[in-house]
Design a binder for this molecule. Sequence first.
Ligand code: SF4
Length: 366
Amino acid sequence: MPSLAPTTTNPQLAAIAATVAAGGRISDDDALALLACDDLPLLGWLAEQRRYQRVPERRATFIIDRNINYTNVCITRCKFCAFYRLPGDPEGYVLSHEEIFAKIDELRGAGGHQLLLQGGHHPSLKIDWFEALFAAIKGRYPEIHLHALSCSEIAHIARRSKLDLAETLKRLRAAGLDSIPGAGAEILDDRVRDEIAPYKESTASWLEVMREAHRQGLTTSATMMYGTVETDAELVAHLARLRDLQDETGGFVAFIPWAFQPEHTELEEATRRGAVEYLKILATSRIYLDNFDHLQASWVTQGEKVGQLALFFGADDMGSTMLEENVVSAAGCTFRLGRAELARLIERAGLEPALRDQQYRILGPA
Ligand code: SF4
């Protein structure tokens, strides 16, 4: 853990530093002060204090997984999305079981064992389609961890199948669902959601799916896509809702903030938030989310150099090798790193690279 504290003459920042050093909780107002702070060394130092309080080992982890987008057909038309195609569009697709199996074979060939399976809100795929797919995957590849379906996909499946949320999750779990990614959170504030994704699930719905998933014993991650129309106060409100739910359930294993990628979306004119803002938001998240163990560096959206720097601003994990990624790449973001490159980045940052599973259990050296 870094020991030499940068000094500050700002009394609120000095009070925050004392709170963090003592392992205490900061307020929403403190988080706003951190977002407004331009003293990057201080933010990095505070974030590292918190990081080593939660994860004492001087290592950084990642997972070998593969993203499979089973369909790009979607009726929800989020303005920030460059991935979806409307029903009837000639570029729309639904992958067959055979196509999905071929991709899983590639994942196994690369030494991976987690499948991140997500897709659009298809109007006619109901729960029986997902049960058949999950059962087929688990029947053929029992060792594969199925990390699948965002909250909004689960709410969509429940609605289309005329089932309640608890029953939907129960059936998906029985078919093979192991854990749920935190996607679809964007910013958990309905003013922002109404503006960027007016037909998507509300803040309350996202939180309710997560609450029920945790209640049923499924672990999940949480994300935040910033850089569209949110204010700093709305960004902090997002973090507050996650921290509150984590106090209640303890079911989140990780948090991943990432920057909106505007190309080819209806929000193409949005201002790109750069590397400094990313590091400030990452550090603030780490300091504020005192009940989360793991924060991921988003090298997929920030590139390898900023991704490496993120390890000094609160991140303890480099996410995954992303053998396939279609969503942010559709919005013009095409960074790619393999297992050896991720391990090298971690080593050159002075940390020990290690492979992990979805629960962040260490599998061995990377
Ligand atoms: S983000 Fe998801 S729900 Fe929204 S349009 Fe894209 S695929 Fe559909």
